[in-house]
Design a protein. Structure first.
Length: 187
């Protein structure tokens, strides 16, 4: 597995090895031991999520507060997205900064988003199927969001027109009004 560090502490890009031939490919998309070595912790994933989105759909920026803060391992199994994480750990030197990259089924790359980050993505292909493993269960009472277009964060979504948003995402507060995390470990 290829492991790439990002400018934001603890946020990693992981690319599993692909074995390709005339029949197609084989890859081990997740291995608990290899993942623990990559992130420096044994993460207990408890939930797998799958979303399908049409081109131009922007989902996020979502996160959950403690005690249900989630780490997420995100990958695309069909299509292509621009995936974004924003550091919401107030004690982090990169608080309020974002990192984004294209995740695609063709590349097979994945983004590890630890607790303490908000997550969102923009669908670039006609449709995209996004799978992510979560380290804690969904809990509506802990669910929060941050405005996808907050000027203080300054994400360059490289939009071609207006994105398609849910009502919740359209009404999300800016970072200045959002509940963030106190500690460096997303708690």
């Amino acid at each position: 597995m290829l492991i790439e560090r990002t400018p934001l502490a603890d946020l990693l890009v992981l690319t599993p090895r692909y074995h390709r031939d005339e029949r197609g490919f084989f890859t081990e998309s997740y291995n608990r031991k290899a993942f623990a070595e990559a992130v420096g912790a044994d993460v207990d994933f408890v939930q797998d999520n799958h979303s399908r989105s049409a081109k131009g759909v922007l989902r996020g920026l979502h996160y959950q507060l403690p005690p249900r803060a989630q780490g997420k391992l995100v990958r695309v199994v069909a299509g292509e997205i621009f995936d974004v994480a924003v550091d919401l750990r107030r004690t982090s030197p990169s608080f309020g900064r974002w990192f984004g990259l294209i995740l695609s089924a063709d590349k097979g790359n994945q983004l590890w988003i630890p607790r303490g980050f908000a997550h969102g993505f923009l669908t670039l292909s006609d449709t995209a199927d996004v799978l992510y493993k979560a380290s804690d269960y969904y809990d509506r009472a802990c669910e929060r969001s941050v405005a996808w277009n907050d000027a203080d964060i300054g994400i360059d979504w490289n939009l071609d027109g207006e994105p398609i948003l849910s009502g919740k995402d359209a009404a999300a507060p800016p970072l200045a009004a959002a509940e963030a995390f106190g500690g460096p470990d997303g708690r």
